[in-house]
Structures are given as C-alpha cells and as structure tokens.
Write a protein that binds this ligand. Structure first.
Ligand code: RB5
Length: 150
C-alpha cells in the first residue's frame, strides 16, 4: 500500500511524528510537505495529496493541518475522494468500514502524537466492510459529485 502524507505549517510537527511511526511499521509513503513551520496554504497540500489518491499514485492519504478541517475540506473537492476528519480511533475504523474513506485529516493543534498514530494505524489496517447498504450509500455520494460536475 502506497501512502501520501501532507500537511500545512499547523500540521508539520505532527506529520513528522506520524512519519516516524510509518517508518517503524515499514509503510511505504511519500511526503509532499510542507517542510517547516513557515506559513503555507493548506489548500495546496490537500489538493496535491488528493490528486495523488485520485490518480492511483497513492492508495491512501493522510492530511494534517491545525484542526484537520481546512485541508480535509480541500481534499474532498476532488471527485472520488472521501476524506474523513478524524480525532478518535472508533471513527477511524468506522470511516473505513462504512465510508471506504481513502483519506483522513487530523488536527496538529488538537491531537497528541500517540492518539494520532493509533488513528493512522486503524485507518491503514481496516478494510471496507463491502456491505450492500454501505456500497449503495457510497454510490449515492458519487452520484452527488456527478450531479454537480456536469
Ligand atoms: C492555519 O493557521 C490554520 O488555519 C490551518 O492549519 C487549519 O487549521 C485550517 O483549517
């Protein structure tokens, strides 16, 4: 599984902690930045990571900004992206099982590294449940995208 990870300045420190965790676990990932605490726009990193997931260059994406909100909203503007803003392990599991989320976003200013890494591990190790009702709802999400992308 190829993972893309990205953040703005508000998520930079947590991104580095998560990268250490990914290294320890042996995950294959690409870091698209940012590379420091200098102010940047979360939109640029949300878009770039989402486009990599959309194109198949990456299978899953992990995004971090100050709150996890702006970068996740940005990623979700790319058709086919289902980015869940997650701040607990249960939601990380459920968004894989029920929503087949291909990206998560988290807050570097709201989450500690220990919890964030538990969230990441659950996100990366949980499979979609493939239940008919869940697939049907995901199809309906896709239909909304198609309605407004005409
Ligand atoms: C940057 O200051 C901050 O607005 C950003 O990291 C994020 O929290 C936005 O949603």
């Amino acid at each position: 599984m190829k993972i893309v990870i990205g953040s703005d300045h508000g998520g930079f420190e947590l991104k580095e902690e998560i990268k250490n965790f990914l290294d320890e676990k042996g995950y294959d990932y690409v870091d698209i930045g940012t590379d420091s605490g200098e102010s940047v726009d979360y939109t640029d990193f949300g878009l770039k990571a989402a486009e990599m997931v959309k194109s198949g260059e990456a299978d899953r994406g992990i995004l971090i900004c100050g709150t996890g909100i702006g970068i996740g909203i940005s990623a979700n503007k790319v058709p086919g992206i289902r980015c869940a803003m997650v701040s607990d392990v249960y939601s990380a599991q459920m968004t894989r099982e029920h929503n087949d989320a291909n990206m998560i976003s988290m807050g570097g200013r709201t989450l500690g590294g220990g919890l964030a890494c538990m969230i990441v591990e659950k996100f990366l190790t949980t499979e979609f449940s493939h239940g008919e009702r869940h697939q049907n709802r995901i199809n309906k999400i896709t239909a909304i995208e198609e309605k407004y992308n005409k």
